[in-house]
Design a protein around this ligand. Structure first.
Ligand SMILES: Cc1cc2nc3c(=O)[nH]c(=O)nc-3n(C[C@H](O)[C@H](O)[C@H](O)COP(=O)(O)OP(=O)(O)OC[C@H]3O[C@@H](n4cnc5c(N)ncnc54)[C@H](O)[C@@H]3O)c2cc1C
Length: 391
Protein backbone atom coordinates (compact mmCIF):
# COMPACT_ATOMS: atom_id res chain seq x y z
CA UNK A 1 0.00 0.00 0.00
CA UNK A 2 1.39 3.36 -0.89
CA UNK A 3 0.63 5.67 2.01
CA UNK A 4 -0.63 9.04 1.00
CA UNK A 5 -2.76 7.50 -1.74
CA UNK A 6 -6.45 8.28 -1.85
CA UNK A 7 -8.94 5.40 -1.97
CA UNK A 8 -12.59 5.89 -2.99
CA UNK A 9 -13.70 3.67 -0.10
CA UNK A 10 -11.81 2.75 3.07
CA UNK A 11 -13.21 0.31 5.63
CA UNK A 12 -11.54 0.26 9.04
CA UNK A 13 -11.99 -3.14 10.70
CA UNK A 14 -12.04 -6.68 9.32
CA UNK A 15 -14.54 -8.19 11.74
CA UNK A 16 -18.04 -9.29 10.78
CA UNK A 17 -19.16 -5.71 10.11
CA UNK A 18 -16.18 -4.73 7.95
CA UNK A 19 -16.30 -7.88 5.84
CA UNK A 20 -20.09 -7.82 5.49
CA UNK A 21 -20.03 -4.23 4.20
CA UNK A 22 -17.24 -5.18 1.77
CA UNK A 23 -19.23 -8.19 0.48
CA UNK A 24 -22.40 -6.14 0.00
CA UNK A 25 -20.41 -3.41 -1.71
CA UNK A 26 -18.97 -5.92 -4.16
CA UNK A 27 -22.46 -7.15 -5.04
CA UNK A 28 -23.16 -3.64 -6.31
CA UNK A 29 -19.79 -2.61 -7.68
CA UNK A 30 -17.00 -5.02 -8.56
CA UNK A 31 -14.40 -2.38 -9.30
CA UNK A 32 -14.55 0.67 -7.03
CA UNK A 33 -11.20 0.98 -5.23
CA UNK A 34 -11.48 -0.52 -1.74
CA UNK A 35 -8.93 -0.52 1.06
CA UNK A 36 -9.55 -2.40 4.32
CA UNK A 37 -7.39 -1.74 7.39
CA UNK A 38 -7.26 -3.65 10.62
CA UNK A 39 -5.21 -3.53 13.79
CA UNK A 40 -5.47 -7.35 13.97
CA UNK A 41 -4.26 -9.96 11.45
CA UNK A 42 -7.20 -9.36 9.10
CA UNK A 43 -8.11 -13.04 8.87
CA UNK A 44 -11.85 -13.72 8.82
CA UNK A 45 -13.37 -15.87 11.59
CA UNK A 46 -16.75 -16.44 13.25
CA UNK A 47 -16.82 -14.64 16.61
CA UNK A 48 -20.04 -16.32 17.90
CA UNK A 49 -18.19 -19.64 17.91
CA UNK A 50 -15.86 -18.35 20.64
CA UNK A 51 -18.40 -19.10 23.36
CA UNK A 52 -19.07 -22.65 22.13
CA UNK A 53 -15.63 -23.94 21.31
CA UNK A 54 -14.05 -24.67 24.70
CA UNK A 55 -15.93 -27.93 25.29
CA UNK A 56 -14.41 -29.31 22.12
CA UNK A 57 -11.06 -27.66 22.92
CA UNK A 58 -11.00 -26.21 19.41
CA UNK A 59 -7.70 -24.58 18.56
CA UNK A 60 -7.58 -21.02 17.17
CA UNK A 61 -6.45 -22.60 13.89
CA UNK A 62 -9.64 -24.70 13.78
CA UNK A 63 -11.72 -21.59 14.43
CA UNK A 64 -9.91 -19.51 11.83
CA UNK A 65 -12.07 -18.92 8.79
CA UNK A 66 -10.67 -17.45 5.60
CA UNK A 67 -7.16 -15.98 5.48
CA UNK A 68 -6.99 -12.30 4.57
CA UNK A 69 -5.12 -12.96 1.29
CA UNK A 70 -8.07 -15.04 0.12
CA UNK A 71 -10.55 -12.44 1.38
CA UNK A 72 -8.61 -9.77 -0.55
CA UNK A 73 -8.86 -11.80 -3.73
CA UNK A 74 -12.57 -12.55 -3.26
CA UNK A 75 -13.39 -8.95 -2.47
CA UNK A 76 -11.05 -7.39 -5.00
CA UNK A 77 -9.72 -5.26 -2.14
CA UNK A 78 -6.42 -4.30 -0.59
CA UNK A 79 -6.41 -5.58 2.99
CA UNK A 80 -3.73 -4.19 5.28
CA UNK A 81 -3.35 -5.92 8.68
CA UNK A 82 -1.68 -4.70 11.88
CA UNK A 83 -2.35 -1.03 11.24
CA UNK A 84 -4.23 1.11 13.69
CA UNK A 85 -6.10 4.29 12.76
CA UNK A 86 -5.03 6.90 15.28
CA UNK A 87 -7.13 9.84 14.17
CA UNK A 88 -9.24 11.16 11.34
CA UNK A 89 -9.37 14.58 9.73
CA UNK A 90 -12.94 14.62 8.36
CA UNK A 91 -12.48 17.97 6.62
CA UNK A 92 -9.42 16.85 4.65
CA UNK A 93 -10.88 13.32 4.21
CA UNK A 94 -7.68 11.86 5.64
CA UNK A 95 -6.88 9.29 8.27
CA UNK A 96 -3.63 8.95 10.16
CA UNK A 97 -2.10 5.66 11.32
CA UNK A 98 -0.44 5.04 14.69
CA UNK A 99 2.37 3.38 12.75
CA UNK A 100 2.88 6.60 10.76
CA UNK A 101 1.42 7.56 7.41
CA UNK A 102 -1.70 9.19 6.08
CA UNK A 103 -4.38 7.82 3.79
CA UNK A 104 -6.97 9.83 1.89
CA UNK A 105 -10.51 8.48 1.53
CA UNK A 106 -13.57 9.34 -0.50
CA UNK A 107 -15.92 7.56 1.89
CA UNK A 108 -14.88 5.99 5.17
CA UNK A 109 -16.61 3.15 7.04
CA UNK A 110 -15.72 2.64 10.70
CA UNK A 111 -16.32 -1.00 11.67
CA UNK A 112 -14.01 -0.96 14.67
CA UNK A 113 -16.04 -3.16 17.03
CA UNK A 114 -16.00 -3.02 20.82
CA UNK A 115 -13.77 -4.02 23.69
CA UNK A 116 -14.70 -6.27 26.57
CA UNK A 117 -15.44 -4.22 29.68
CA UNK A 118 -12.66 -4.54 32.24
CA UNK A 119 -13.81 -5.17 35.83
CA UNK A 120 -12.96 -2.47 38.37
CA UNK A 121 -12.35 -4.58 41.48
CA UNK A 122 -9.66 -4.32 44.14
CA UNK A 123 -7.01 -6.99 44.72
CA UNK A 124 -3.64 -7.90 43.25
CA UNK A 125 -4.86 -10.15 40.44
CA UNK A 126 -7.44 -8.13 38.51
CA UNK A 127 -5.04 -8.09 35.56
CA UNK A 128 -5.36 -11.89 35.41
CA UNK A 129 -9.08 -11.69 34.70
CA UNK A 130 -9.65 -12.82 31.10
CA UNK A 131 -12.35 -12.09 28.52
CA UNK A 132 -13.32 -13.56 25.17
CA UNK A 133 -14.13 -10.98 22.53
CA UNK A 134 -11.57 -11.87 19.85
CA UNK A 135 -9.72 -14.88 18.52
CA UNK A 136 -6.53 -13.76 20.26
CA UNK A 137 -8.39 -13.49 23.59
CA UNK A 138 -9.80 -16.97 22.96
CA UNK A 139 -6.25 -18.24 22.45
CA UNK A 140 -5.12 -16.71 25.75
CA UNK A 141 -8.10 -18.20 27.57
CA UNK A 142 -7.58 -21.62 26.03
CA UNK A 143 -3.97 -21.59 27.28
CA UNK A 144 -5.13 -20.56 30.78
CA UNK A 145 -7.68 -23.39 30.83
CA UNK A 146 -5.00 -25.96 30.09
CA UNK A 147 -4.59 -27.86 33.35
CA UNK A 148 -7.33 -25.84 35.07
CA UNK A 149 -10.39 -27.45 36.62
CA UNK A 150 -12.32 -24.65 38.33
CA UNK A 151 -13.48 -21.59 36.39
CA UNK A 152 -15.39 -18.55 37.67
CA UNK A 153 -17.37 -16.43 35.24
CA UNK A 154 -18.39 -12.92 36.24
CA UNK A 155 -21.54 -11.84 34.41
CA UNK A 156 -24.57 -13.99 33.62
CA UNK A 157 -25.58 -12.27 30.39
CA UNK A 158 -25.59 -13.85 26.97
CA UNK A 159 -21.85 -14.54 26.69
CA UNK A 160 -21.47 -15.51 30.38
CA UNK A 161 -24.30 -18.07 30.20
CA UNK A 162 -23.05 -19.50 26.91
CA UNK A 163 -19.53 -19.85 28.29
CA UNK A 164 -20.86 -21.44 31.49
CA UNK A 165 -22.81 -24.07 29.54
CA UNK A 166 -19.88 -24.75 27.22
CA UNK A 167 -17.26 -25.03 29.96
CA UNK A 168 -19.50 -27.39 31.96
CA UNK A 169 -19.79 -29.54 28.86
CA UNK A 170 -16.00 -29.46 28.65
CA UNK A 171 -15.74 -30.94 32.16
CA UNK A 172 -14.84 -27.81 34.10
CA UNK A 173 -16.39 -26.86 37.42
CA UNK A 174 -18.11 -23.50 36.85
CA UNK A 175 -19.03 -20.75 39.31
CA UNK A 176 -21.23 -18.07 37.73
CA UNK A 177 -21.61 -14.72 39.51
CA UNK A 178 -23.82 -11.74 38.82
CA UNK A 179 -25.18 -8.76 40.70
CA UNK A 180 -28.62 -9.78 39.41
CA UNK A 181 -30.74 -12.44 41.06
CA UNK A 182 -31.38 -14.28 37.77
CA UNK A 183 -29.33 -15.23 34.74
CA UNK A 184 -30.07 -13.28 31.53
CA UNK A 185 -31.96 -10.84 33.70
CA UNK A 186 -31.60 -7.88 31.34
CA UNK A 187 -32.86 -9.84 28.31
CA UNK A 188 -35.76 -11.85 29.60
CA UNK A 189 -38.94 -11.58 31.65
CA UNK A 190 -38.32 -12.94 35.18
CA UNK A 191 -40.19 -16.24 34.55
CA UNK A 192 -38.01 -17.05 31.53
CA UNK A 193 -34.82 -15.95 33.31
CA UNK A 194 -35.82 -18.28 36.17
CA UNK A 195 -36.11 -21.29 33.86
CA UNK A 196 -32.65 -20.60 32.39
CA UNK A 197 -31.21 -20.21 35.88
CA UNK A 198 -32.78 -23.46 37.11
CA UNK A 199 -31.64 -25.38 34.03
CA UNK A 200 -28.02 -24.24 34.25
CA UNK A 201 -27.95 -24.93 38.00
CA UNK A 202 -29.37 -28.42 37.33
CA UNK A 203 -26.61 -28.86 34.74
CA UNK A 204 -24.02 -28.15 37.45
CA UNK A 205 -23.36 -24.39 37.49
CA UNK A 206 -22.62 -23.06 40.97
CA UNK A 207 -24.69 -19.93 40.90
CA UNK A 208 -23.96 -16.81 42.97
CA UNK A 209 -26.86 -14.35 42.54
CA UNK A 210 -26.61 -10.81 43.91
CA UNK A 211 -22.83 -11.13 44.10
CA UNK A 212 -21.01 -7.92 44.97
CA UNK A 213 -17.35 -8.61 44.26
CA UNK A 214 -14.77 -6.65 46.20
CA UNK A 215 -11.44 -8.08 45.14
CA UNK A 216 -9.60 -10.69 43.13
CA UNK A 217 -6.26 -11.84 44.52
CA UNK A 218 -3.77 -14.61 43.99
CA UNK A 219 -4.25 -17.43 46.49
CA UNK A 220 -1.67 -17.30 49.27
CA UNK A 221 -1.16 -21.06 49.11
CA UNK A 222 0.30 -21.32 45.62
CA UNK A 223 -0.02 -18.02 43.74
CA UNK A 224 -1.47 -19.85 40.72
CA UNK A 225 -5.04 -19.99 41.90
CA UNK A 226 -7.20 -16.91 42.29
CA UNK A 227 -9.53 -15.93 45.09
CA UNK A 228 -12.68 -13.89 44.49
CA UNK A 229 -13.89 -12.11 47.61
CA UNK A 230 -17.14 -10.24 48.05
CA UNK A 231 -19.76 -9.20 50.51
CA UNK A 232 -21.88 -11.63 52.54
CA UNK A 233 -18.89 -13.93 52.95
CA UNK A 234 -18.46 -14.58 49.21
CA UNK A 235 -15.18 -16.45 48.67
CA UNK A 236 -14.41 -18.52 45.59
CA UNK A 237 -11.06 -20.15 44.91
CA UNK A 238 -10.55 -21.01 41.26
CA UNK A 239 -7.98 -21.46 38.52
CA UNK A 240 -9.33 -19.03 35.95
CA UNK A 241 -11.60 -15.97 36.17
CA UNK A 242 -13.46 -14.78 33.08
CA UNK A 243 -15.28 -11.45 32.94
CA UNK A 244 -18.33 -11.31 30.67
CA UNK A 245 -19.68 -7.99 31.89
CA UNK A 246 -20.43 -6.29 28.62
CA UNK A 247 -18.74 -4.36 25.87
CA UNK A 248 -17.51 -0.82 25.39
CA UNK A 249 -17.92 0.36 21.79
CA UNK A 250 -14.62 1.33 20.23
CA UNK A 251 -14.34 4.90 18.99
CA UNK A 252 -11.77 6.70 16.86
CA UNK A 253 -10.52 10.20 17.54
CA UNK A 254 -11.40 12.79 14.93
CA UNK A 255 -10.61 16.52 14.67
CA UNK A 256 -13.24 18.02 14.65
CA UNK A 257 -14.67 15.17 16.77
CA UNK A 258 -17.41 12.80 15.67
CA UNK A 259 -20.50 12.72 17.87
CA UNK A 260 -19.94 9.95 20.41
CA UNK A 261 -22.43 8.82 23.02
CA UNK A 262 -22.17 5.16 24.12
CA UNK A 263 -20.89 4.40 20.63
CA UNK A 264 -20.23 6.36 17.46
CA UNK A 265 -23.58 8.03 16.83
CA UNK A 266 -25.10 7.30 13.41
CA UNK A 267 -28.40 8.07 11.70
CA UNK A 268 -30.59 5.61 9.77
CA UNK A 269 -28.12 5.89 6.86
CA UNK A 270 -25.35 4.76 9.22
CA UNK A 271 -23.78 8.15 8.70
CA UNK A 272 -21.85 9.68 11.56
CA UNK A 273 -21.97 13.39 12.40
CA UNK A 274 -19.31 13.95 9.69
CA UNK A 275 -20.01 13.83 5.95
CA UNK A 276 -18.72 10.71 4.15
CA UNK A 277 -17.95 8.86 7.42
CA UNK A 278 -20.16 5.92 8.36
CA UNK A 279 -20.10 3.46 11.27
CA UNK A 280 -21.56 -0.02 11.63
CA UNK A 281 -21.41 -3.01 13.99
CA UNK A 282 -20.49 -3.10 17.66
CA UNK A 283 -19.00 0.42 17.51
CA UNK A 284 -22.16 2.17 16.25
CA UNK A 285 -25.07 3.65 18.17
CA UNK A 286 -28.35 4.35 16.40
CA UNK A 287 -31.31 6.02 18.10
CA UNK A 288 -29.83 5.34 21.53
CA UNK A 289 -29.12 1.65 20.90
CA UNK A 290 -25.93 -0.25 20.29
CA UNK A 291 -26.93 -3.60 18.74
CA UNK A 292 -23.92 -5.90 19.22
CA UNK A 293 -25.24 -8.79 17.12
CA UNK A 294 -24.80 -10.15 13.62
CA UNK A 295 -28.25 -9.59 12.16
CA UNK A 296 -28.36 -5.77 12.50
CA UNK A 297 -25.04 -5.70 10.65
CA UNK A 298 -26.48 -7.74 7.78
CA UNK A 299 -29.37 -5.31 7.29
CA UNK A 300 -27.13 -2.29 7.87
CA UNK A 301 -24.48 -3.47 5.42
CA UNK A 302 -27.01 -3.90 2.61
CA UNK A 303 -28.33 -0.36 3.11
CA UNK A 304 -24.84 1.08 3.51
CA UNK A 305 -23.53 -0.59 0.35
CA UNK A 306 -26.38 1.05 -1.57
CA UNK A 307 -25.55 4.42 -0.02
CA UNK A 308 -21.84 4.04 -0.75
CA UNK A 309 -22.65 3.34 -4.40
CA UNK A 310 -24.82 6.40 -4.82
CA UNK A 311 -28.34 5.27 -3.77
CA UNK A 312 -28.91 6.80 -0.33
CA UNK A 313 -30.75 4.06 1.59
CA UNK A 314 -31.86 4.09 5.22
CA UNK A 315 -31.76 0.86 7.20
CA UNK A 316 -34.99 -0.66 8.54
CA UNK A 317 -34.63 -3.49 10.99
CA UNK A 318 -37.23 -6.27 10.95
CA UNK A 319 -37.79 -8.25 14.17
CA UNK A 320 -34.33 -9.65 14.90
CA UNK A 321 -34.34 -12.75 17.11
CA UNK A 322 -31.32 -13.39 19.33
CA UNK A 323 -30.51 -17.02 20.05
CA UNK A 324 -28.72 -17.81 23.28
CA UNK A 325 -26.49 -20.83 22.70
CA UNK A 326 -27.22 -22.63 25.97
CA UNK A 327 -28.05 -26.24 24.97
CA UNK A 328 -29.10 -26.97 28.58
CA UNK A 329 -31.99 -24.55 28.04
CA UNK A 330 -32.11 -22.70 24.71
CA UNK A 331 -33.49 -19.20 24.45
CA UNK A 332 -34.79 -17.11 21.56
CA UNK A 333 -35.73 -13.50 22.20
CA UNK A 334 -36.78 -10.48 20.17
CA UNK A 335 -36.10 -7.45 22.34
CA UNK A 336 -38.41 -4.43 22.14
CA UNK A 337 -36.64 -1.28 20.90
CA UNK A 338 -34.85 0.62 23.68
CA UNK A 339 -37.25 2.89 25.58
CA UNK A 340 -40.44 1.05 24.50
CA UNK A 341 -43.04 1.49 27.23
CA UNK A 342 -45.05 -1.60 28.06
CA UNK A 343 -44.49 -4.93 29.72
CA UNK A 344 -44.08 -8.67 29.34
CA UNK A 345 -47.23 -10.80 29.25
CA UNK A 346 -46.93 -14.48 30.04
CA UNK A 347 -48.59 -16.80 27.50
CA UNK A 348 -47.28 -20.08 28.83
CA UNK A 349 -44.93 -20.72 31.69
CA UNK A 350 -43.78 -23.84 33.48
CA UNK A 351 -40.47 -25.30 34.58
CA UNK A 352 -39.77 -26.65 31.07
CA UNK A 353 -40.03 -23.33 29.30
CA UNK A 354 -41.64 -19.95 28.91
CA UNK A 355 -43.49 -18.18 26.13
CA UNK A 356 -43.98 -14.45 26.73
CA UNK A 357 -44.74 -11.46 24.55
CA UNK A 358 -43.81 -7.85 25.15
CA UNK A 359 -46.84 -5.60 24.66
CA UNK A 360 -46.45 -1.88 24.12
CA UNK A 361 -48.66 0.61 25.97
CA UNK A 362 -50.70 1.03 22.77
CA UNK A 363 -51.38 -2.73 22.70
CA UNK A 364 -49.00 -3.71 19.87
CA UNK A 365 -46.62 -6.61 20.26
CA UNK A 366 -43.04 -5.33 20.38
CA UNK A 367 -41.05 -8.44 21.27
CA UNK A 368 -41.19 -12.00 22.46
CA UNK A 369 -39.22 -14.43 24.58
CA UNK A 370 -39.13 -18.20 24.26
CA UNK A 371 -37.16 -20.52 26.48
CA UNK A 372 -36.68 -24.27 26.87
CA UNK A 373 -39.27 -26.42 25.12
CA UNK A 374 -41.20 -23.30 24.02
CA UNK A 375 -38.43 -22.43 21.54
CA UNK A 376 -40.13 -24.84 19.13
CA UNK A 377 -42.89 -22.21 18.73
CA UNK A 378 -40.38 -20.01 17.00
CA UNK A 379 -41.67 -20.17 13.41
CA UNK A 380 -45.34 -19.85 14.46
CA UNK A 381 -44.45 -16.83 16.56
CA UNK A 382 -42.23 -15.18 13.98
CA UNK A 383 -45.11 -15.04 11.51
CA UNK A 384 -47.59 -13.80 14.15
CA UNK A 385 -45.09 -11.16 15.18
CA UNK A 386 -44.38 -10.01 11.64
CA UNK A 387 -48.10 -9.79 10.90
CA UNK A 388 -48.72 -7.72 14.03
CA UNK A 389 -45.72 -5.50 13.31
CA UNK A 390 -46.99 -4.69 9.85
CA UNK A 391 -50.62 -4.22 11.02
C1 LIG B 1 -18.37 -14.93 22.59
C2 LIG B 1 -19.33 -14.21 21.71
C3 LIG B 1 -20.45 -14.87 21.20
C4 LIG B 1 -21.34 -14.19 20.37
N1 LIG B 1 -22.44 -14.86 19.89
C5 LIG B 1 -23.30 -14.22 19.07
C6 LIG B 1 -24.43 -14.90 18.51
O1 LIG B 1 -24.68 -16.06 18.79
N2 LIG B 1 -25.25 -14.20 17.67
C7 LIG B 1 -25.03 -12.89 17.35
O2 LIG B 1 -25.79 -12.31 16.59
N3 LIG B 1 -23.95 -12.22 17.86
C8 LIG B 1 -23.09 -12.84 18.70
N4 LIG B 1 -22.01 -12.18 19.21
C9 LIG B 1 -21.79 -10.77 18.80
C10 LIG B 1 -21.14 -10.67 17.40
O3 LIG B 1 -20.15 -11.64 17.26
C11 LIG B 1 -20.59 -9.27 17.22
O4 LIG B 1 -21.68 -8.37 17.29
C12 LIG B 1 -19.87 -9.05 15.89
O5 LIG B 1 -18.94 -10.07 15.63
C13 LIG B 1 -19.15 -7.69 15.92
O6 LIG B 1 -18.50 -7.47 14.71
P1 LIG B 1 -17.73 -6.09 14.45
O7 LIG B 1 -17.15 -6.22 13.08
O8 LIG B 1 -18.61 -4.94 14.75
O9 LIG B 1 -16.57 -6.03 15.54
P2 LIG B 1 -15.18 -6.87 15.69
O10 LIG B 1 -15.38 -8.28 15.27
O11 LIG B 1 -14.73 -6.59 17.07
O12 LIG B 1 -14.22 -6.19 14.63
C14 LIG B 1 -13.60 -4.96 14.85
C15 LIG B 1 -12.44 -4.81 13.90
O13 LIG B 1 -11.93 -3.48 13.98
C16 LIG B 1 -10.51 -3.51 14.10
N5 LIG B 1 -10.11 -2.24 14.74
C17 LIG B 1 -10.53 -1.77 15.94
N6 LIG B 1 -9.98 -0.55 16.17
C18 LIG B 1 -9.21 -0.25 15.11
C19 LIG B 1 -8.37 0.85 14.75
N7 LIG B 1 -8.26 1.94 15.52
N8 LIG B 1 -7.68 0.79 13.57
C20 LIG B 1 -7.78 -0.29 12.77
N9 LIG B 1 -8.56 -1.36 13.06
C21 LIG B 1 -9.28 -1.34 14.20
C22 LIG B 1 -10.24 -4.79 14.85
O14 LIG B 1 -8.92 -5.22 14.67
C23 LIG B 1 -11.25 -5.73 14.18
O15 LIG B 1 -10.76 -6.19 12.94
C24 LIG B 1 -21.10 -12.82 20.05
C25 LIG B 1 -19.98 -12.16 20.56
C26 LIG B 1 -19.11 -12.84 21.38
C27 LIG B 1 -17.91 -12.11 21.93
Amino acid sequence: MSRGTEYPIVIVGTGFAGYTVARELRRRDRNVGLLMLSCDDGNQYSKPMLSNAFAQKMSPAQLAGTPREQMAKRLNAEIEPNLSVEWIDPVAHSLYLSEGGQIGYGKLVLAVGAQARVPQFGGNAVSRVLSVNSLSEYETLLAALDGASKVAIIGAGLVGCELANDLLAGGYSVDLLDVSMRMLDRFLPPEAADTVTQALVAEGVQWHPGAIIESIDTAESDGRQLVITGDNGLRIVCDVVIAAIGLIPQTVRAEPPLQINRGIVVDRYLQTSAPDIYAIGDCAEMEGSVLPFLEPVQHGARALAATLTGVATPVHYPPMPIDVKTPAHPVRVVLPPVGTRGGWQMQNSDSKGVYAIFVEEGGAMAGYALSGDQVSRESELTSVFEARMSA
